[in-house]
Ligand binder design. Structure first.
Ligand SMILES: [Zn+2]
Length: 360
């Protein structure tokens, strides 16, 4: 007689870190003091910015915090290096800072995110441009001591303040690059399904759906994304927040980073003059969507409509550099399984892929 095994007890568990407050819109920056006070993040703050973003937004942030009786220190970053992180961290520890605010395009945010995490302080993200999804995520891109690019695990911001007036006034190239980073979710979620099916990797259909939805919204509204139009900034900011929340739910960058990101990171290493992150992943998405047998032309058309690069020439890299990046892309972050597999593309296949998708 066959014995019936008892069902194993339920043992699933999961945790997610989400921002507690997200403010997007016209003059949102005016609310930073109120938000910090409401969230009770403490009485001492460190505003991290570069000389430009300190003028554009950092000074207003400091003033608004002061109005809510929060004492403010300022740190002007020289760059987004590990030494800048260590300097910011030293200030946080020395004056017992409760919350660090990263005010800038990406570098100030990355430095503030890492330093506050290392020193055990809260972190608030105040982007002045919307060029990539790092403004909402828990990861930070930092330059290592030997000049290498590092992607470090840090912390999710307790609050995100996105002022669409400020973001609409930033160079349009940055906003367009942000669209490229959002569109890349389309191939990232396909890579994720592949990893679940072939490697039994953890997959969250909720995180994937949210991430994909953000990308589809950008695809559909591509013709309406225009320079100096605050509504465009509003739209891109909302999509970046969705992508960030998707990553928080997944507990990793999986829903927003797949083979197209590997290509971009390889290009960063190979090209003499790499382009912006979002521009490179946009081009990567066109090519990886072809490999996934999806509608790569729809992605190319959307990027063309927005005005973000779709070719090696527009990225400012050579055809040779681009092909080499395709050939070496699978070597980046090897444990993340994607359509590139463990072997990657042959040189001939990479060249064919770039030609067929009109990238070279
Ligand atoms: Zn990205």
């Amino acid at each position: 007689m066959a014995t019936i095994e008892p069902e194993p007890p339920f043992s699933k568990s999961k945790s997610m870190e989400l921002p507690r407050s997200v403010v997007i819109g016209h003059d949102a920056i005016q609310q930073v003091g109120e938000v910090a006070a409401r969230l009770k993040v403490g009485r001492r703050a460190l505003v991290v910015a570069d000389p430009t973003t300190m003028k554009i937004a950092g000074e207003t942030v400091a003033q608004k915090l002061a109005e809510h009786k929060i004492r403010v220190e300022e740190y002007l970053i020289p760059d987004s290096s590990l030494s800048a992180v260590r300097e910011a961290e030293a200030i946080i520890r020395k004056v017992d800072v409760d919350v660090a605010l990263g005010v800038g395009g990406g570098r100030s945010i990355d430095v503030a995110k890492c330093a506050s995490f290392n020193a055990g302080a809260h972190f608030i993200s105040v982007p002045t441009a919307a060029s990539h999804d790092g403004v909402v995520s828990s990861r930070a891109s930092i330059t290592g001591d030997a000049g290498e690019k590092l992607s470090l695990a840090a912390q999710t911001p307790v609050a995100v303040i996105m002022d669409t007036k400020i973001i609409a006034e930033s160079p349009f190239r940055l906003l367009a690059a942000g669209c490229g980073d959002i569109v890349s979710n389309l191939t990232a979620v396909r890579d994720w399904v592949l990893a679940r099916n072939l490697r039994n990797e953890y997959h969250s259909s909720y995180a994937a759906a949210l991430s994909e939805m953000a990308a589809k919204l950008v695809l559909e509204n591509a013709p309406n994304i225009k320079p100096r139009l605050e509504e465009s900034a509003w739209f891109v900011c909302k999509a970046l927040v969705s992508a960030g929340v998707a990553m928080s739910i997944a507990g990793s960058s999986r829903p927003a980073s797949g083979s197209e990101h590997k290509f971009s990171h390889a290009l960063d290493r190979i090209a003499k003059k790499p382009a912006l992150h979002g521009e490179q992943v946009g081009v990567g998405t066109i090519m990886m969507m072809y490999l996934h047998n999806g509608d790569w032309e729809a992605i190319r058309n959307a990027l063309l409509a927005i005005g973000t690069p779709t070719t090696a020439r527009a990225l400012g890299v050579t055809d040779e550099e681009l092909i080499e990046a395709l050939v070496h892309a699978h070597e980046i972050n090897k444990e993340r399984y994607t359509i590139l597999g463990d072997e990657g593309l042959t040189y001939e296949a990479a060249e064919r892929l770039a030609r067929i998708t009109k990238v070279i």
